[in-house]
Design a binder for this molecule. Structure first.
Ligand SMILES: NC(=O)c1ccc[n+]([C@@H]2O[C@H](COP(=O)([O-])OP(=O)(O)OC[C@H]3O[C@@H](n4cnc5c(N)ncnc54)[C@H](OP(=O)(O)O)[C@@H]3O)[C@@H](O)[C@H]2O)c1
Length: 300
């Protein structure tokens, strides 16, 4: 009873609505779409998450890989040398997602790569590792500065080798994961004027195929992407115009990721698959080298 003599409802000891009210509220909430409820990870994120790493992610295909991984629900660690480019890619990738994006200014040709990569990734649960970076000198072999060519070995061969060797053991231990190596149609036969680059891409095909077979029984999927021409700043600088079958970086990234678990090799794009079949199966190897030479003769 109150001082004014009127009957008052029993005091609530807490500010929350009564049980009836709660029931009503929860019924109403059940009818609403779950806007902020964290959704269950996608099958892709369950298999390859929670973190992805992209080596060489500051532009072109690497940036497309970063965006594709984020769209599939993975947090991403992005590596490259140019910090301003990396930060721009990270901002773009974050938009409209709630995934975490980290960047690291990192030279994949550094002498202490094994230790540096190990230290950088030790505390991250990385389920998917994409090695995209490449050094691609173009021109007559005899005219290339001799000091520049070994950089192809560092970035395109030693890099993916150390990368895979550093990141695969944790994936094997936990019985799931994925590794993507970027190669090229140039890696299937001799490619005049990009000889060192093409040879490095051949290394990646054989490395990837071998790891595909070796790691598969441990639940780790490896795929090598032997791409044809891709619309990237690097390709535009070297080629000037699109070759037949040129693809957008986004399509190459998605077709490559879709091929995880179906490896060992994917050739993105129907035109490129036909070209690969013709060059690899239908004509003699020396003719294939001659045809490839026609497509590389105008690269600058
Ligand atoms: N574009 C094509 O037509 C084509 C065709 C077939 C295959 N591919 C392959 O696809 C991949 C991507 O091609 P793309 O055209 O996007 O290449 P790109 O434009 O040359 O970009 C390569 C990426 O690698 C990074 N990178 C290069 N050297 C590095 C180093 N020492 N340390 C760290 N990062 C380094 C670059 O970033 P920073 O410069 O900031 O370090 C950049 O983010 C390559 O593996 C290439 O061989 C491309």
């Amino acid at each position: 009873m109150s001082v004014d003599g009127k009957e008052k409802p029993p005091m609530q000891s807490h500010p929350w609505p009564s049980a009836n009210c709660c029931t009503l509220l929860s019924t109403k909430l059940r009818d609403l779409p779950a806007v902020n409820k964290p959704s269950a990870p996608s099958p892709f994120a369950s298999k390859y998450g929670p973190w992805g790493i992209v080596a060489g992610a500051s532009e072109g295909l690497g940036a497309a890989f970063a965006a594709a991984l984020a769209a599939r629900g993975l947090n991403v660690l992005l590596l490259a040398r140019r910090v301003d480019h990396l930060l721009r890619v990270a901002d773009e990738v974050r938009k409209g997602t709630n995934i975490e994006v980290r960047t690291e200014a990192f030279d994949l040709a550094r002498a202490d790569l094994p230790d540096a990569l190990d230290a950088l990734t030790a505390n991250l649960d990385i389920g998917l590792a994409v090695y995209n970076a490449a050094h691609a000198p173009v021109g007559e072999f005899v005219s290339r500065p001799v000091g520049d060519l070994p950089r192809v070995i560092d970035v395109n061969i030693r890099g993916p080798l150390v990368f895979a060797r550093t990141l695969a053991p944790t994936m094997v231990a936990r019985g799931r994961g994925g590794i993507v190596l970027m190669s090229s149609l140039a890696g299937y036969q001799g490619a005049p004027r990009i000889a060192t680059y093409a040879a490095s891409k051949a290394f990646n095909i054989v490395l990837g195929e071998s790891l595909w077979a070796e790691l598969k029984p441990h639940g780790v999927d490896v795929v090598v992407s032997t791409a044809g021409a891709i619309r990237t700043p690097g390709y535009a600088k070297a080629a000037g115009k699109d070759a037949p079958g040129t693809l957008d970086a986004k399509d190459v990234a998605n077709q490559t990721l879709d091929a995880l678990g179906k490896g060992p090799v994917v050739v993105p794009g129907a035109v490129n698959r036909i070209a690969r079949f013709a060059l690899g199966r239908l004509i003699p190897r020396r003719t294939a080298i001659g045809i490839f030479a026609r497509s590389t003769k105008d690269l600058a």
